[in-house]
Write a protein that binds this ligand. Structure first.
Ligand code: GAR
Length: 208
């Protein structure tokens, strides 16, 4: 059994492609002393992502690293890793980062990259998870915080939270209900890591 992170004040970087509500929830948890961490910076692969403005408003470094700026995915991810190393981050927090993480990042940060997904994995991996859940007709959905491996939303699961799916739900209403749980679950999972309480054995995560 391997401890994922020794107990410490965590230095985090957030990778996000869009709106940034999970990023803001993490900032709020830090401010309210529910999370022993700091955010060293935000990286977005999308010029104009709203998360960049939100970070700047809070005085957190926010930078754009776009795949199109590099010859291939390895070089793109090397640029990200260089920035993460310059910030000396402990953990990389994917918060609505809409790309598959490749070997360059995984090798630089083994078991140190987290993701949040808006479904109860292994159901409904990939894009449009909430729509997939509605189309399938499930009565319960939710969110999953997991460690990132080479697969699409396949890594060891740290925490999950469930929400009901109602007959009148559409993608927006279900997404909003799940998002409330995402904000709580992500901060809880990060605090468990800050407390050194997360161990992994194969693909099973133990909280001790
Ligand atoms: C969140 O719902 C997150 O779970 C999802 O993107 C949204 C980002 O929202 N991530 C994925 O679907 C990853 N497969 P935010 O930018 O407001 O945090």
């Amino acid at each position: 059994m391997k401890q994922v992170q020794a107990r410490k004040h965590l230095k985090l970087a957030v990778l996000a492609s869009g709106r940034g509500s999970n990023f803001l929830a993490i900032c709020q948890a830090i401010r309210e002393n529910r999370l022993d961490a700091e955010i060293c910076g935000v990286i977005s692969d999308q010029r104009g992502a709203r998360v960049l403005d939100k970070a700047e408003e809070l005085g957190i470094p926010a930078i754009i690293i776009e795949p199109a700026m590099y010859a291939d995915k390895d070089r793109y991810e090397k640029a990200i890793v260089d920035q993460l190393q310059a910030w000396q981050v402990d953990l990389v927090v994917l918060a609505g980062y809409m790309r598959l993480v490749g070997p360059v990042m995984l090798e630089a940060y083994p078991l140190k990259i987290l993701n949040i997904h808006p479904a109860l994995l292994p159901s409904f991996a990939g894009l449009h998870a909430q729509r997939q859940a509605l189309d399938y007709g499930v009565k319960v959905s939710g969110c999953t915080v997991h460690l990132v491996d080479e697969g699409m939303d396949t890594g060891p699961i740290i925490l999950q939270a469930a929400v009901p799916v109602f007959a009148h739900d559409d993608e927006d209403s279900l997404s909003a209900r799940i998002l409330v749980q995402e904000h709580q679950a992500y901060c809880q999972a990060l605090q468990l890591l800050a407390e050194g309480r997360i161990y992994v054995e194969g693909r099973v995560v133990h909280i001790i």
